[in-house]
Design a protein around this ligand. Structure first.
Ligand code: ATP
Length: 273
């Protein structure tokens, strides 16, 4: 799959991947990498070229709105009707697919926005809007969920709660495609993660396997007010520091997914923001 907005820069540059049923597959990459564009192509918000995107065996260049019930789409900056209440925003979407009032209320309760159901969406906080958009994606009980920065703008505790809701859904069988620039989110949610940069997939693996392949753990010594970090394999230096006997404390440090991203991709997740 390849896509360019202006025929000069390829926002998505010849990528190819498969997501298994029941899997949570993540795209981790910095701002501007092309994550949103990828999700738009996968979900037909930008109509892809024929025979380039297949979901549940169907060519996404050709599916109709009835098929779209099988997929849920949640975008961080998605359009809500600002003057309609939260409930009405869900109702008009759900009505298309014959979803009843009880089901709408249940999904609002699950995402903890039921108490705000009669408030206009314009009065929702950023995190509440993200949850309302997510509720709209969930209300049709889709087989596959596409989530663009699913916890964007949320307080850490609400973000953790939303991730738990998503994990529960996945445990019940929902397949998910998630984009994020948050390594913790990628690590907590995803079975496999694609490192994504400048429109290209640089690598795909499980979080555990990335750590095994690239994650050198380090030992850090606190010496006075200085911290000296040493590669675990550098036995000579480790012994030298221990022998000097000037350290106050010694800790082991695992490489984070961001450390590994920098090593593999050559830039950080926050560069250029
Ligand atoms: N509608 C558009 N018209 C022209 N160029 C665009 C458009 N949308 C995105 N781009 C460009 O395509 C590239 C990829 O953008 P995209 O929004 O897909 O990245 P992203 O990884 O989702 O970033 P972010 O996390 O900031 O949303 C960027 O260079 C961006 O400037």
């Amino acid at each position: 799959m390849t896509f360019s907005y202006d025929r000069q820069i390829k926002a998505v540059d010849d990528i190819s991947f498969t997501v298994e049923k029941g899997e949570v597959f993540g795209f981790l990459g910095p701002s501007g990498a092309g994550k949103s564009t990828t999700i738009k192509l996968l979900t037909r918000l930008i109509v892809p070229q024929a025979n380039s995107v297949f979901i549940l065996g169907r060519d996404m260049a050709k599916v109709d709105y009835k098929f779209m019930r099988k997929i849920g789409i949640s975008f961080e900056n998605d359009v809500l009707y600002p003057t309609l209440t939260g409930y009405e925003n869900l109702y008009f979407h759900a009505k298309l697919y014959g979803i009843n009032k009880q089901e709408i209320e249940d999904v609002m309760k699950t995402l903890d926005i039921f108490d705000a159901r009669d408030k206009p969406a314009a009065q929702y906080s950023k995190g509440m809007k993200t949850r309302l958009v997510l509720a709209r994606a969930l209300v049709t009980r889709p087989e596959i969920l596409f989530l663009d920065e699913p916890t964007g703008g949320m307080d850490p505790d609400i973000a953790a709660y939303v991730r738990k809701v998503l994990k529960d859904l996945n445990n019940q069988g929902t397949t998910m495609f998630v984009t994020t620039h948050d390594m913790h989110e990628a690590e907590q949610l995803c079975d496999r993660i694609a490192f994504f940069n400048s429109g290209k997939i640089v690598d795909i693996d499980t979080p555990e396997s990335y750590k095994k392949r690239y994650g050198e753990s380090r030992i850090s010594f606190t010496v006075g007010d200085k911290i000296i970090a040493v590669d675990r394999k550098n036995k000579e230096e480790l012994l030298r520091l221990i022998d000097q006997d000037q350290w106050n404390s010694i800790h082991s440090q695992e490489a984070t997914l961001e450390d590994i991203f920098i090593k593999v991709v050559g830039r950080g997740l926050k560069d250029g923001e």
